[in-house]
Design a protein around this ligand. Structure first.
Ligand code: FPP
Length: 248
């Protein structure tokens, strides 16, 4: 039995790159798409964990801007899986108080998926137990570019003085505006990179990597990540003494 982590030491917002579905399936001599289906079960494990631990926000990288270039069969299977999850899981998530949000460029997605995304967002908008954000068609560079474009349109129309553009204003036009930035970033599957995920928002996020493949993720692994996070000193550019409230 591991000691409980004090609520003040827990992350408020966890962001995850769910990597390793394909390898999980290939190791079993099964098609990659089976790995994605197993990955969908691990999503449920992760949501259960966050609800049980009182984590406020969970942001999952489900499909990157670059994933559109995967083999068409794999993209097609992922679309089917997304549609299936949106059809089958939203009721239960709503019942459990989960607010669903989607970030990313939606234009490439089939209309049925876009409609279900919009419906799920509207239906769950009032929920407060957990904000579950699914990044789909998402790229960190896309996010910064779309925020810059919105500001440029305002400036060109004379409604915004370019001199007033600062980090706060740009940040308020990014996809996760309204949520605290992620405290803890988890990447499964062994690679040590950010892969164009939340480039702006991860500026001071604590990074945690594991070799475990996403479909093998369980509550014990997530607890280990949170326990590691709880031990870290977050300085945000200050000194240790400043953080401890002592002399500067
Ligand atoms: C990365 O593994 C995973 C993806 C590109 C898809 C993630 C999708 C899911 C977990 C299922 C559905 C989830 C939601 C939230 C609807 P990979 O294919 O790159 O694995 P590999 O590195 O082993 O090839």
């Amino acid at each position: 039995m591991t000691a409980a982590i004090a609520p003040s030491r827990k992350p408020r917002h966890i962001a995850v790159i769910m990597d390793g579905n394909g390898r999980w399936a290939q190791r079993r001599q099964r098609p990659r798409t089976l790995g994605h289906r197993a990955g969908a079960r691990a999503v449920q494990v992760c949501v259960d964990f966050c609800l049980a631990e009182g984590i406020e926000a969970l942001t999952l990288f489900a499909f990157s801007s670059e994933n559109w270039n995967r083999p068409p069969e794999e993209v097609g299977a992922l679309m089917k899986l997304f549609l299936r999850m949106l059809s089958l899981e939203v009721d239960e998530l709503h019942r459990r108080g989960v607010r669903l949000a989607f970030i990313g460029e939606r234009r490439g997605f089939p209309e049925a998926i876009r409609d279900r995304m919009a419906e799920a967002e509207i239906r769950t908008a009032g929920n407060r137990a957990l904000t579950l954000t699914i990044a789909a068609g998402y790229g960190g560079r896309w996010d910064i570019a779309q925020a810059a474009r919105k500001l440029a349109i305002e400036a060109a129309a004379g409604r915004l003085d370019p001199a007033t553009i600062d980090e706060t204003l740009l940040g308020s036009h990014l996809s996760l505006a309204g949520l605290p930035p992620p405290d803890l970033f988890i990447r499964t599957g062994g690679d040590l990179r950010i892969s164009n995920f939340l480039l702006w928002q991860l500026a001071y996020t604590e990074l945690w990597f594991t070799e475990t493949l996403w479909p093998d993720v369980d509550a014990a692994l997530l607890r280990a990540a949170v326990a590691d996070f709880a031990e870290r000193e977050r300085r945000f550019g200050l000194t240790s003494a400043q953080v401890a409230g002592g002399a500067t």
